[in-house]
Design a protein around this ligand. Structure first.
Ligand code: CO
Length: 462
């Protein structure tokens, strides 16, 4: 029996624990070891890493990817892609999605994990097709959630749709850590029975079920699990790699992991983690178990966002009301899974409903969602909300991206010399303001180095 591991320390683990603030320099030295530890893949790019590189770390995300690839050339590099949303929060036209996916593969990505927040497969079609054409392994996601309209059957239908699309593997993506061991067992069994593809499980330790959930999933026939090296595991991150390795070996599974290398990797990240604890970047609370998500069925990240929003408005005393409003807003929206960008949308609207009155003000994003610009709502949008947003008209019938004009050529022209490559063009399309700032800084830095060189040459002469 064989089970494989995807190591998440470079993407989801650090995204969940330290808000994606890990610079390349913090993990550069350990890449050669990560390369040979026996992982199926290293999840190291996409999700919030792209945004964080530009926004907080002054790093070119593409350059980061190339450097990772140079130092870890043998292990597969995996990214997380939000389908038609790429790595952002809105839908992009198809030409942008195609270029972005193509460039990701060219720069070193081997496995593209694609999801759509609504499980609307039309929103991942372009990315999947381009990923396959570019020669990557494309993994399609089932976003796991709990609601009156989501059940085993609906997840199996999503899996069948992904299979029909040509993905090479499937991931059950439990972004909130609310997939229980029993439900994991049943879901894995059902999906494996319906679709002849490798199946991977992604969960979080937030609620404390993570280890049990992974164990049950493996017993049910899951082929790959997502884990994080122990010093960066637990809490809002993934269950620990070494622990699952130890346990599954006892059950007779061949994991392919090198325990000695895992110890090295752990020692390395342990000192980084301790540094984060000292600096305050890592709040020890996020590493603990929080069962609130079981009560409210919302991801840990969303809960801390709500607390932050209310604190900023000095309204933290209304938290209980907001937590009661979240499921109502979610119902009104037709039970979208609470993953980016839906988690933010539902959270902001719930806060507004409590503070300003129900739907007295409706966010731009919720309006766009009701118009169908994020895809098909999993269930029915409430009559009240539909009327408030649409009046007598009806939501979009087609895929929103079908209405978006191409942007790539126009962006190339607009950027001119400021863009040094198509990677730059992609960066600009995804995050225009951040990109512009980054490009300007880059130019400045270059000028500084240049004048410094000239000066030192002059010094040499004199
Ligand atoms: Co995750």
């Amino acid at each position: 029996m064989r089970i494989e591991f995807t190591e998440t320390v470079l993407r989801d683990a650090q995204q969940s624990l330290i808000a994606t603030r890990m610079p390349f320099s913090a993990f550069e030295q350990i890449l050669p070891t990560l390369n040979v530890a026996g992982f199926r893949a290293l999840e190291c790019w996409g999700g919030a890493t792209f945004d964080a590189c530009l926004r907080y770390l002054n790093e070119d995300p593409w350059e980061r990817l190339r450097k990772i690839n140079a130092l870890a050339p043998d292990v597969k590099l995996q990214m997380l892609l939000r389908g038609q949303n790429l790595l952002g929060y809105k839908h992009y036209p198809d030409d942008a999605v195609r270029l972005f996916v193509k460039k990701s593969v060219e720069n070193g990505i081997d496995v593209i994990r694609v999801f759509d927040a609504l499980n609307d497969l039309r929103n991942i079609e372009t990315a999947v097709k381009q990923g396959l054409e570019s020669g990557a392994e494309v993994q399609g996601c089932i976003c796991y959630t709990i609601s009156p309209i989501h059940d085993l059957n609906s997840f199996v239908e999503t899996a069948k749709g992904l299979y029909a699309m040509g993905v090479q593997s499937i991931c059950i993506k439990d972004m909130a850590g609310i997939l229980s061991p029993k439900d994991a067992y049943e879901t894995v069994k059902a999906v494996k029975a319906a679709v002849p593809l490798p199946l991977e499980l992604h969960t979080h330790s937030t609620t404390g079920m993570g280890f049990m959930t992974l164990l049950e999933a493996v017993q049910a026939g899951c082929d790959v699990i997502d884990t994080a090296v122990s010093s960066m595991s637990g809490g809002t991150s993934q269950p620990a790699t070494e622990t699952m390795d130890y346990v599954l070996r006892q059950y007779g599974y061949e994991t392919g992991l090198d325990a000695k290398k895992l110890r090295e990797i752990n020692a390395f990240f342990k000192s980084y983690r301790d540094e984060c604890l000292r600096s305050g970047l890592l709040n020890p609370l996020v590493m603990g178990t929080a069962t609130d998500a079981l009560t409210y069925q919302i991801p840990g990240g969303m809960l801390s966002n709500l607390v932050a929003q209310l604190t900023a408005q000095k309204k933290l005393d209304r938290l209980d009301e907001v937590l009661a409003e979240v499921p109502r807003v979610r119902k009104d929206l037709g039970y979208p899974p609470l993953v980016t960008p839906m988690s933010q949308m539902v959270g902001v609207q719930a806060v507004s409903n409590v503070l300003n009155g129900r739907y007295k003000s409706i966010s731009m994003e919720v309006k766009a969602y009701v118009r169908g610009e994020y895809g098909r709502a999993p269930g029915e949008v409430s009559e009240e909300l539909r009327r408030l947003v649409l009046g007598e008209s009806s939501p979009l019938n087609c895929r929103y991206a079908d209405m978006l004009p191409p942007v790539v050529d126009e962006t190339r022209k607009k950027l001119g010399k400021l863009a040094k490559s198509d990677e730059d063009v992609c960066t600009y399309i995804a995050f225009p303001a951040l990109a512009e700032k980054y490009f300007e800084q880059r130019e400045e830095a270059k000028k500084r180095t240049y004048s410094y060189t000239i000066r030192s040459v002059e010094e040499d002469v004199t």
